[in-house]
Design a protein. Structure first.
Length: 345
């Protein structure tokens, strides 16, 4: 017989769903037969599959140990496919951590999670090496949102089921305030403006991480971004912009700035391919100048508590910003979102 004590991050699940995760090699039909025959019990009592588990309860699986070699948390080496290289936990820069939420500073050129054709450690691998899985059988600390490979800055993880669920719901309800810094080519005529243009996948681009385009088609989704100019150099033709996306579409900021006529410097997908080599030479950039610098949200476990996390510009972007502005990086501060005097695109 095998006994599994229900911890905080396993509690609240239905028995059948818990078993599907805790016994990933068992068929659904086999799990229901085990429940029907009383092989699975909770605190010694037979239960139905829809019974909710509570913290501290013990799930008993009354089968010989050798018959339960499938009893492994989903995502372990035995079930997750090819083994990935070991991740270095010391490379994770923690910006905020409590028992429910982790905020880390993502460096550029690093994937946040595994993708097709990539075998190297990801940010998710590094975080798991840092925090571990704890005693949960079915929960793994996980990303609450994503950043592109070459975008740096704040990334949030749920360290508990409560934390991940709360963050995911907050992002879905658009209650997470995100601010990005972008260096763009050109000088917007207004200091504050809004781009309200729906986006859809550009079907002519079949590359991985395909480009998005402004579209009015049926597959387009609404997308709105507020922008504020923090500094500008009209002589050199650059502006530092703060972006506050109201929605969370793929490549939203990059696509909206391109549509507005102010592409991000160094952006391989949404920049100007004819002029970007010159901009890169002027700034020394080797990636797009886009940085997730501030994130604010109500804490999932205590909604009255507001958490604000900030990531400083990394060295490559600080150097590029100084070069774009003639040798000295401008001072900047967050700006209020656009008001009635702001321009909409």
């Amino acid at each position: 017989m095998t006994s599994l004590r229900i911890g905080r991050d396993d509690a609240g699940q239905r028995v059948d769903r818990f078993l599907r995760k805790a016994l990933p090699r068992s068929s659904l039909g086999n799990l229901f037969r085990m429940l029907r025959k009383g092989v699975v019990r909770v605190d010694g009592r037979r239960v139905e599959g829809d019974r909710r588990l509570a913290e501290g309860e013990v799930v008993e699986i009354r089968v010989a140990e050798e018959s339960l070699r499938a009893l492994e948390p989903a995502g372990t080496a035995a079930t997750a496919g090819p083994r990935r290289p070991a991740a270095d936990a010391s490379r994770v820069r923690v910006l905020h951590r409590d028992e429910d939420v982790l905020a880390v500073d993502k460096p550029p050129h690093l994937l946040v999670q595994p993708g097709d054709g990539d075998s190297g450690p990801t940010l998710q691998d590094q975080v798991l090496a840092l925090v571990g899985r704890g005693d949960a059988r079915t929960f793994v600390p996980s990303l609450a949102h994503r950043l592109d490979r070459d975008t740096s800055g704040v990334v949030l993880f749920g360290l508990s089921a409560r934390g991940l669920r709360g963050l995911t719901e907050a992002f879905r309800a658009r209650k997470v305030e995100k601010r990005y810094l972008a260096l763009v080519a050109g000088s917007p005529p207004e200091d504050r403006f809004t781009v309200d243009l729906p986006l859809a996948r550009d079907l002519s681009d079949d590359t991985r991480g395909a480009r998005m385009k402004v579209s009015r088609g049926e597959d387009a989704r609404s997308a709105v971004t507020d922008f504020a100019v923090l500094a500008r150099d009209d002589e050199r033709g650059f502006a530092l912009i703060e972006a506050r996306p109201r929605t969370g579409r793929t490549h939203q900021i990059r696509a909206h700035l391109r549509a507005a006529g102010f592409p991000i410097v160094g952006d391989p997908k949404y920049g100007d391919p004819r002029r970007d080599p010159r901009w890169r030479a002027m700034t020394g950039l080797r990636r797009q100048f886009l940085h997730a610098w501030r994130v604010a949200f109500a804490h999932p476990a205590a909604p009255e508590r507001r958490v604000e996390v900030e990531s400083a510009l990394p060295p490559d972007l600080r150097r590029a910003l100084a070069r774009a502005f003639g040798g000295r990086a401008p001072d900047f501060a967050p700006s209020a979102p656009p008001g009635e005097d702001g321009r909409s695109c």
